[in-house]
Design a protein around this ligand. Structure first.
Ligand SMILES: Nc1ncnc2c1ncn2[C@@H]1O[C@H](COP(=O)(O)OP(=O)(O)OP(=O)(O)O)[C@@H](O)[C@H]1O
Ligand SMILES: [Mg+2]
Length: 233
């Protein structure tokens, strides 16, 4: 579904992605784990088109995406739930969700919203409240639900567990796992390697702009280097 080959990206003269190769097959949950500053967000921003690429290619559902502008990538089926949630704090929960569906004007938007409320019932309770008043976990739910309102075939998730209490993290990861049943393919970027690998099919380890390891989630969880460096086991 998604293939990244030799991807390079830079901020000014400083290159931070030095040739990334990875792929995500349809129906998979794939995670990219790595420490602070490894380049995970830069990678996702290249995929959604808001960060310039200086080399390599991105192919999505058979089409080379690299020249496609960001605003057209959602229409192609690629949506991002960004780092730091980036919800519109002065708008209500419902208004945030409707913005995620800006491409559509059909009746399905209301049904999609009901699906989002089923996924995250707390958002239904708060649908008419300003999103800025939500807790961190609720804002994360809103960011994911908003991205899903764009009806993506592939969802890019940037650190959904960041800063959240363990019980909320578990809830979020359970929802991510459930996206499989909805035919949404997931590329999940996380510092929380253990949590991410537990729900993923495959994973990649990113270190300072390089992919240094890859394998099935089970292989990576069992690998002594991963256990020591990322799982603290
Ligand atoms: N706007 C920017 N201008 C210059 N350098 C940047 C910018 N954003 C990120 N960088 C640098 O690029 C590198 C990769 O950063 P990136 O945010 O992609 O990492 P990350 O893996 O997402 O980290 P984290 O887990 O902390 O979110 C880091 O060295 C960072 O300092
Ligand atoms: Mg990041």
């Amino acid at each position: 579904m998604l293939t990244v080959e030799g991807l390079r990206s830079r901020y000014g003269r400083i290159e931070v992605l030095h040739g990334i190769d990875l792929h995500v097959d349809s129906g998979e949950i794939v995670t990219v784990v790595g420490a602070n500053g490894a380049g995970k967000t830069t990678l996702l921003r290249c995929l959604s088109g808001v960060q310039p690429v200086s080399g390599g290619s991105i192919t999505f559902r058979g089409e080379v995406l690299t020249p496609v502008p960001a605003y057209k990538r959602l229409r192609r089926g690629l949506a991002q739930s960004p780092e730091g949630r980036q919800i519109f704090t002065n708008l209500t929960v419902e208004e945030n969700l409707r913005l995620g569906a800006f491409l559509f004007s059909d009746d399905r938007v209301d049904r999609d919203m009901e699906d989002a409320f089923q996924m995250f019932p707390i958002l239904k309770e708060k649908r008419n409240l300003a999103a800025g008043g939500l807790s961190g976990g609720q804002q994360q739910m809103l960011a994911m639900a908003r991205a899903l309102m764009g009806r993506p075939s592939c969802l890019l998730l940037d650190e959904p567990s960041m800063g959240l209490a363990p019980i909320i993290v578990q809830q979020i990861f359970d929802v991510v796992k459930g996206l499989k049943a909805l035919n949404v393919t997931v590329l999940l970027v996380e510092q929380n390697a253990f949590g991410a690998l537990k729900i993923a099919d495959r994973g990649y380890v990113m270190e300072t702009g390089h992919i240094t390891m890859e394998g099935t989630a089970a292989e990576l969880i069992a690998d002594p280097r991963i256990r020591e460096a990322y799982l603290g086991i």
